[in-house]
Design a protein around this ligand. Sequence first.
Ligand SMILES: *[C@@H]1O[C@H](CO)[C@@H](O)[C@H](O)[C@H]1NC(C)=O
Ligand SMILES: *[C@@H]1O[C@H](CO)[C@@H](O)[C@H](O)[C@H]1NC(C)=O
Ligand SMILES: *[C@@H]1O[C@H](CO)[C@@H](O)[C@H](O)[C@H]1NC(C)=O
Ligand SMILES: *[C@@H]1O[C@H](CO)[C@@H](O)[C@H](O)[C@H]1NC(C)=O
Ligand SMILES: *[C@@H]1O[C@H](CO)[C@@H](O)[C@H](O)[C@H]1NC(C)=O
Ligand SMILES: *[C@@H]1O[C@H](CO)[C@@H](O)[C@H](O)[C@H]1NC(C)=O
Ligand SMILES: *[C@@H]1O[C@H](CO)[C@@H](O)[C@H](O)[C@H]1NC(C)=O
Ligand SMILES: *[C@@H]1O[C@H](CO)[C@@H](O)[C@H](O)[C@H]1NC(C)=O
Ligand SMILES: CC(=O)N[C@H]1CO[C@H](CO)[C@@H](O)[C@@H]1O
Length: 699
Amino acid sequence: MEKRLVLGFVALFLVVEGREVSYDGRSLIIHGQRKLFFSASIHYPRSTPQMWASLIAKAKKGGIDVIQTYVFWNLHEPVKGQYDFSGRADIVRFIKEIQAQGLYASLRIGPFIEAEWNYGGLPFWLHDIPGIVYRCDNEPFKNFTTKIVNMMKSEGLYASQGGPIILSQIENEYQLVEDAFHEKGPPYVKWAAQMAVELQTGVPWMMCKQYDAPDPLINTCNGMKCGESFPGPNSPKKPWLWTENWTSQYQAYGKDPITRSPQDIAFQAALFIARNGTFVNYYMVFTIDICTVTYLHYHGGTNFGRTASAFTSTSYYDDAPLDEYGLIRQPKWGHLKQLNGAIKSCSSPLLFGAQSTLSLGPKQMGYIYRRNSRECAAFLVNRDDTKIVVVRFRNSSYELSPNSVSILPDCKNINVKSNTRSIRTSKKFNELGMWQEFRDIIPRYMETSTRSKILLEHMNTTKDKSDYLWYTFSYQHESSNSKAVLKVQSAGHVLHAFVNGVLIGWARGSHERPNFRLEKTIPLNNGSNNISLLSVTVGLRDSGAYLESRAAGLRRVKIHDIQKSTDLTYYRWGYQVGLIGEKLQIYMDQSTSKVEWTNLSSSPNPLTWYKTRFDAPADNLSLGLNLGSMGKGEVWVNGQSIGRYWASFRTPQGAPYQTWYHVPGSFLKPKDNLLVILEEQNGSPLGVSLDIISTVSKN
Ligand SMILES: *[C@@H]1O[C@H](CO)[C@@H](O)[C@H](O)[C@H]1NC(C)=O
Ligand SMILES: *[C@@H]1O[C@H](CO)[C@@H](O)[C@H](O)[C@H]1NC(C)=O
Ligand SMILES: *[C@@H]1O[C@H](CO)[C@@H](O)[C@H](O)[C@H]1NC(C)=O
Ligand SMILES: *[C@@H]1O[C@H](CO)[C@@H](O)[C@H](O)[C@H]1NC(C)=O
Ligand SMILES: *[C@@H]1O[C@H](CO)[C@@H](O)[C@H](O)[C@H]1NC(C)=O
Ligand SMILES: *[C@@H]1O[C@H](CO)[C@@H](O)[C@H](O)[C@H]1NC(C)=O
Ligand SMILES: *[C@@H]1O[C@H](CO)[C@@H](O)[C@H](O)[C@H]1NC(C)=O
Ligand SMILES: *[C@@H]1O[C@H](CO)[C@@H](O)[C@H](O)[C@H]1NC(C)=O
Ligand SMILES: CC(=O)N[C@H]1CO[C@H](CO)[C@@H](O)[C@@H]1O
């Protein structure tokens, strides 16, 4: 069965006139010439600089003209006034690479970006600015936007300067939260727009999903009335639904894994074109791209380190045309290339030709665009969502999959072979002697230096320097009856409860419900008991209004004893931010020796660090660390965090949400690489393996 679907695409019409990039009611205007462009997002910090050239080249080969990326504020300004534009944060190098390959760039500055990125891209130090309300007119927003624009200008990167950047974005889907800001919303939109325009980039600014985006910002939705103007009353979905559906594609813990197939989305994307291959529909596709964080992640990549937002996995849109490892995935990449090529070769009939429709069956329709006898494009749509239908079109038979759109450039068929992922184990770490361990220290109340009579809010206490916050107290119990019940309410995200140094239970929230309760019978000694509750965040939220006032960590703690029930919410609490191993950075080669590592114990213990060394496979291949045997924690390779893992969080079907964790080749040396795993639970490192990820063609 031929597959003729594409994942989706973005079309930009660019008309060029002088050096400035401008636009009219229907398109962007560059050099006086109307053109059809395809845009794809590749987020620079989600891969390594060593991968950028190849990713961009593969996008170009796939027919992409514009690379779109966000700008990740908290990556660039982790500490107020201290900037980082090195390594994965080298945005100038990324944009210059785009330029070197002859492509254009679209820069979504935000500075709030959402993007399944920690805190929606906002640096956590903003939280300590007294009275700050994020996404309101404030100096830090302006300063960062100015900083980036000036940096791009000084490097000559705007199209108005001969550079590749043809578009920039300010804010991101603000309208979705605007009501929550009441009367402060509209002036902010005006302020942000004016602030952006005053920066004089010579290329248009846009606001997405902002109906009242002030002139001259491009209102990427209203002009096209996304909802209403989507053609036809028998449209199965409105554009905004499609948008919503795009956002449900990334992997998050506790979120239904991929509720909608790429084919289904491709169906929608292709339908946009099929049902009216004129300007409007392309513009709408373009609009949706600009508006939607998740539209067409041409390459998703990896949320390295602690950069993922709350409950989001490190593997990001692994099912994009270029997968997490940067490998071309078929048939998506090929379909997209074919579609790009097809539409480009047909841009004349699509832009200027006549549309005709042809009924091919009760729920099957052909949309044909023809300018002259040579220039033609056709879309064969099957709206039947249950069965394959064979139709005749121009003397040929076509099998149309359920809910599909077949794209026929030059009114001929396209066909792309699929490939599948192949995973081959390169190295097993299955021998006791390969590992050493260090059990992190469970702090007791008496040993803590930060004290408070209340339960502190988690993020405000850690300042997001660590995921971990210890809440400790000492509890007096006067009875030989050892049983009591510990009850904890947490605003998120995970809790490990230790009583006198022993893990007695754990609980967690999920992407959809970060808050949770833990209720557990605990053994108590007659006399004093040391209770240590380890609260863990798994990335900070990336969406919603008033992110500055969100809470995580413990909200209420009680112990029900036989003699009494004690509310410990207001009590003598001792705090410790982070783990000892983190503080000493024992994942770094030069500081592993700061603690004493021992041989692997016969059974796993919670809150344990594991370390081993390995040689890289001979060829510089795509590598994934299989952590299926582990529980939850973080992994470092030669001191660089490849991210948080959470194999013990299972889908309703019982599988880990994510098993393989990307180890970029540039993190490795040929010999003696240091692998350090921090395990919070009882996972076993003996099941870990280093696997080679590749693709193999199939028919
Ligand atoms: C913003 O930039 C101005 C000028 O560079 C500086 O004086 C001010 O401290 C900055 N404010 C913030 C909040 O970063
Ligand atoms: C297709 O686009 C044209 C030109 O923009 C418009 O006039 C027409 O109404 C559209 N067709 C549908 C079905 O929306
Ligand atoms: C289909 O076949 C008929 C008869 O063989 C021919 O006359 C006609 O031109 C063909 N149509 C196309 C679109 O090729
Ligand atoms: C640790 O394991 C090694 C063998 O891998 C063994 O020689 C050594 O005695 C062990 N040390 C301890 C303290 O058990
Ligand atoms: C609790 O911790 C203190 C030190 O902070 C220690 O002296 C005591 O033995 C501990 N109690 C228990 C029951 O472990
Ligand atoms: C955050 O902590 C500081 C002390 O470090 C405190 O003054 C402030 O009120 C706290 N803010 C919130 C929102 O809890
Ligand atoms: C608890 O221990 C104390 C001595 O530490 C003892 O006097 C008391 O009888 C014990 N209470 C019970 C109920 O066992
Ligand atoms: C793998 O290739 C990258 C460049 O793509 C290079 O930076 C890295 O050092 C190589 N790794 C090894 C282990 O050779
Ligand atoms: C989140 C969302 O809008 N999901 C929708 C995606 O599309 C399917 C099929 O049309 C709907 O059932 C979902 O509600």
